[in-house]
Design a protein around this ligand. Structure first.
Ligand SMILES: C[S@@+](CC[C@H](N)C(=O)[O-])C[C@H]1O[C@@H](n2cnc3c(N)ncnc32)[C@H](O)[C@@H]1O
Ligand code: SF4
Length: 385
C-alpha cells in the first residue's frame, strides 16, 4: 500500500550554517565564523547520513539540496565526500536533482566546476538585486557585475541555473521593479525565485524598522501590485509561477522544493535543519539544534539519534497539506486532502471563496488564484474551522 509521502517524493536537505557576513534582512540560521574546520564538518555530515540512511533503507532519493547559509563556501572536496556517501546510502533517481545555493562572490564562482565534478547539477544564485545601490542597502558583499559574472559562469557550468531577487525594497517603485524584472527576464533564466522583502524580528532590519528607521518601504497595496505585476510579467515571458514566489519554464521547477510543497518526506541534516519522515506509518517532524557548535558536539557524541522528534497528529498533517499545496499553481488534491483529514472541506465556504475569485476547482484540484495566493492565511482560516 502506498503511503501519503510517496505523492511528494523523498529528498535530503543539508544545511551549511556559515556566511562571510550577515545580511541585515536575513533570519536564516547563518553565522559568521573566523575559522571553520571543514574536516570536522565532513565527519559529522557523513555520520548523520549513515544514521538516517539506516532508518530509510530502500528509498529512492529524488533530490539533494545544499542550503544555508552559504554552502558555496564549502570545499568542493567536502561536497564530493558527502555526495559519495549519499550514493552509497540510497538509490538515486535517474534524474536526481542536486542543488546548491551560491552567493555571487568571485571566490565561490571559481569553485563551480569543482561542485559540478562532485555531482551538483543545479545552482541557485542569490542575486537579490540588479541595482548596485540596493545591493549595498541590503548589505550584500557583491556588485551587480559580480552577480552577472557568477550567473554567466554558472550557465556555462550547469544545465540548470536559477537566481533569487528580492523586491518591494526601500524606495523601490513599481516602475523601478518593472524595469529591473525586465532586465532579469532578458537574462533568459529557466527558473527564478522572486521574494517580497520581509522584515523579520531579530534581524538588523527588524530592529531598525521597530525604531521607525527603515524608511521608504512600499506599503501593502503597492507591494501587492508589485506581486501581481510580477506574476503577469513572468507568465508573459514563459516562466509562470508554479508556487507563490517561484517561477520556471515548463519542466524546470525545483524538484526539491516541490517535495516540501507536495508533502513528501525529507531528511534535514545540519544545524537547525528541519525534516519530515514517515516511519512505520507515523509522520515525524525533526529539527536539529541551531547553534553550529552545539550541533557538532551532539553528532560527535553520538547523540543525534536521541534528539526529540515530534509526532504529527492528523490535524497537523491536514493543516500542513493545505498550507503547502495551496501555495502551488497545481493546487491541492481534494481526494488526498480527504484521505489525510478524513473529511471534505466545507462546501459553502468553498463557494464563497470561488465567488470572490480567490480559488477555483478544476477536476479534483482546488487551486488558488494569484490574488488568492496573496491571502493564503485568510483562506486557510476560512477553510479549517
Ligand atoms: C537561504 S537564503 C540564502 C541564499 C544565499 N546565502 C544568498 O544569500 O545568496 C535564500 C533566499 O532567501 C531570500 N531571503 C532571505 N531573507 C529574506 C527576507 N527577509 N525577505 C525576502 N527574501 C529573503 C533571499 O533571496 C535568499 O537568496
Ligand atoms: S541572505 Fe544568504 S548570505 Fe546573507 S546572511 Fe542570509 S544566508 Fe547568509
Amino acid at each position: 500500500m502506498t503511503e501519503d509521502w510517496q505523492s511528494g517524493g523523498f529528498g535530503l536537505y543539508l544545511h551549511w550554517p556559515f556566511c562571510q557576513s550577515k545580511c541585515p534582512y536575513c533570519d536564516f540560521n547563518s553565522h559568521v565564523a573566523a575559522h571553520i574546520d571543514q574536516n570536522r564538518w565532513k565527519s559529522a555530515y557523513l555520520a548523520e547520513i549513515a544514521r538516517v540512511g539506516a532508518e530509510t533503507q530502500g528509498r529512492v532519493l529524488t533530490s539533494v539540496f545544499f542550503g544555508g547559509g552559504t554552502p558555496s563556501l564549502m570545499d568542493p572536496d567536502l561536497v564530493a565526500a558527502i555526495l559519495e556517501k549519499v550514493h552509497k546510502t540510497w538509490t538515486l533517481a535517474n534524474d536526481v536533482e542536486i542543488t546548491m545555493e551560491a552567493n555571487p562572490g568571485s571566490v565561490e564562482a571559481g569553485r563551480f566546476s569543482g561542485y559540478r565534478d562532485a555531482g551538483v547539477n543545479r545552482i541557485s544564485i542569490g542575486m537579490q538585486a540588479l541595482r548596485d545601490e540596493d545591493l549595498r542597502r541590503l548589505g550584500r558583499m557583491h556588485s551587480v557585475a559580480e552577480g552577472k559574472a557568477a550567473y554567466a559562469i554558472a550557465r556555462a557550468t550547469f544545465d540548470r541555473v536559477s537566481f533569487d531577487l528580492i523586491y518591494a525594497r526601500q524606495d523601490q517603485t513599481p516602475n523601478a521593479w518593472r524595469a529591473e524584472l525586465t532586465e532579469a527576464l532578458a537574462m533568459n533564466p529557466t527558473h527564478l525565485s522572486l521574494y517580497q522583502l520581509t522584515i523579520e524580528d531579530g534581524t538588523v532590519f527588524g530592529a531598525r524598522h521597530s525604531l521607525g528607521q527603515l524608511k521608504g518601504l512600499p506599503d501593502e497595496d503597492i507591494s501587492s501590485d508589485m506581486y501581481l505585476m510580477t506574476q503577469d510579467m513572468c507568465e508573459a515571458a514563459g516562466l509562470p509561477a508554479y508556487e507563490v514566489s517561484n517561477h520556471a519554464k515548463s519542466g524546470q521547477e525545483s524538484r526539491h522544493n516541490l517535495i516540501y510543497w507536495r508533502m513528501g518526506d525529507y531528511v534535514g541534516l545540519g544545524p537547525g535543519a528541519h525534516g519530515r519522515l514517515t516511519l512505520n506509518r507515523q509522520r515525524w517532524a525533526t529539527e536539529a539544534p541551531k547553534q553550529p557548535g552545539a550541533w557538532l558536539q551532539m553528532v560527535e557524541a553520538g547523540l543525534a539519534g536521541e534528539a526529540p522528534r515530534i509526532a504529527s497528529t492528523r490535524d497537523d498533517h491536514t493543516m500542513e497539506y493545505l498550507l503547502m499545496s495551496l501555495r502551488l499553481a497545481e493546487g491541492s488534491d481534494m481526494a488526498r486532502f480527504r484521505a489525510i483529514s478524513g473529511y471534505d472541506l466545507p462546501e459553502a465556504k468553498l463557494r464563497d471563496l470561488e465567488t470572490s475569485g480567490l480559488v477555483r476547482r478544476d477536476g479534483g484540484q482546488l487551486i488558488t488564484s494569484a490574488e488568492g495566493r496573496l491571502l493564503l492565511n485568510a483562506i486557510l482560516r476560512d477553510l479549517l474551522v
